[in-house]
Design a binder for this molecule. Structure first.
Ligand SMILES: [Zn+2]
Length: 341
């Protein structure tokens, strides 16, 4: 099969890879219908995250089950499925508590599987995959693909930040996850949603998804602006969807005393001064999102056409042009790139 392999920063190739095989009786093999590039794929592309040799890329996926192991019961050959970017059994104590991304059998799809490819082996298929109610119309596929990570992650961030009726929600970051957190905050009933963004095209998308206010300032100025918009108090709920030092501290500063911060930007080199966090007096919850917890509901919302997360993809390319897709996201010519397989 063909699959994307990153050899070094800036060096992405589409190569022949071994066809995946069933190894464990709990595995499924899926033929991917679409895949995409995540903001986190840019960390190794930019050389921020070190690569241990050539790495298969991709962890977001939707597709059709082609083969299942003997013990797989919940999905069958021919099902259209959506899976999380973290493998989970969905039965252990941690999964049952809703934190499938920390499952005792957790495995990052990005690390070993690589779904920017024609096929993928999904371990713990019963716990990881969710079948859609039927074969989706082609126009639903981008939205279902978004559920696999960016929508699920943005949704978790909004839930972690306790977005809801009567709440003012501030979202730091206007990438795909930040935009999806805006969509989630709106669905969860937030009264006011402040998008922190300085790109005109993303501001427009933020408003489409439910932002009521836009703040262009960053860092301390951004915090001051949020305070100004909230009577000096700060937002009830803040989502951090970037993962840099400045963004994280901006999110801490924008959260009111007793408020909630949900952080899902992949933190590289962020150092949180304990005293600042202590003084903030806020609730914090974050980490790799337990997307699997939300998948059944998100799939239904998409199926019923109540949400349209697929609009977050603004460039569609065939898998063979993966290198161009990475370059476009790196240069911010695209918010999120979808690969047709
Ligand atoms: Zn588990």
């Amino acid at each position: 099969m063909r699959g994307v392999v990153m050899h070094a920063p800036g060096d992405v190739r589409v190569e022949r890879r071994e066809d995946p095989q069933i190894i464990e009786p709990t595995d499924a093999i899926i033929r991917l219908s679409a895949s995409c590039i995540c903001g986190s794929d840019l960390w190794p592309y930019r050389g921020v995250e070190k690569l241990d040799g050539p790495s298969p890329m991709g962890h977001e996926y939707v597709g059709v089950v082609e083969q299942v192991g003997d013990q797989v019961k919940n999905v069958k050959v021919g099902d259209f499925v959506v899976g999380s970017f973290v493998i989970s059994d969905n039965t252990c104590e941690i999964c049952q508590a809703g934190f499938q991304s920390k499952c005792v059998h957790a495995e990052f799809v990005a690390a070993t599987i690589g779904t920017q490819a024609e096929k993928a082996r999904i371990p713990h298929a019963d716990g990881t995959l969710v079948a859609t109610p039927g074969q989706p119309d082609p126009e639903l596929i981008p939205s279902l693909l978004a559920a696999s990570d960016v929508l699920g992650t943005g949704w978790f961030a909004a839930v972690a930040a306790e977005a809801g009726p009567g709440k003012t929600v501030a979202v730091v970051g206007d990438g795909a996850v930040g935009l999806m957190a805006i969509l989630a905050a709106k669905q969860l009933g937030a009264e006011r949603i402040i998008a922190m963004s300085r790109h005109a095209d993303r501001q427009a998308l933020a408003r489409f998804y439910g932002a009521t206010d836009i703040v262009e300032e960053r860092g301390d100025d951004g915090v001051a602006k949020i305070k100004e918009l909230t009577g000096g108090l700060g937002a009830h709920s803040v989502v951090e969807a970037v993962g840099t030092q400045e963004a994280f501290m901006q999110a801490v500063g924008a959260t009111r005393g007793g408020g909630h911060l949900g952080y899902v930007g992949v933190n590289y080199g962020v150092t949180i001064p304990g005293f600042d966090l202590f003084l903030a007096g806020i609730h914090t919850l974050g980490g790799p999102a337990p997307v699997r917890r939300f998948l059944p509901d998100l799939i239904q919302l998409i199926w019923d056409r109540k949400i349209d997360p697929g609009k977050v993809f603004d460039l569609e390319l065939p898998l063979d042009q993966a290198a161009e897709g990475y370059q476009a996201m790196h240069e911010r010519r695209a918010t999120k790139v979808l690969f047709t397989v």
